[in-house]
Design a protein. Structure first.
Length: 78
């Protein structure tokens, strides 16, 4: 299983980096595009967390991919 972070690149665009990795696994112009790559990588490795960081570096959202979510949303509306 692999966890990934999507963060703003100081040179522009967004990076998707595996937790503990040195280099970005993917670099895209838009944050939404940068989210797609690690989502697929995490799914192919058996699951993981994809954490999306805002421009301030704080985690804005976290998604569990390919495994049961340990903290599912509490919203039960349909």
């Amino acid at each position: 299983m692999a966890d990934y972070d999507v963060t703003k690149n100081l040179s522009g665009g967004w990076d998707a980096k595996r937790e503990g990795g040195e280099r970005a696994s993917a670099h895209r112009d838009r944050q939404g595009e940068a989210y797609d790559a690690p989502r697929d990588l995490a799914r192919n490795s058996g699951g993981g967390e994809v954490r999306i960081h805002g421009t301030d570096g704080k985690i804005r959202n976290s998604n569990t991919i390919g495994k049961p979510d340990p903290n599912p949303p509490r919203d039960t509306k349909h």
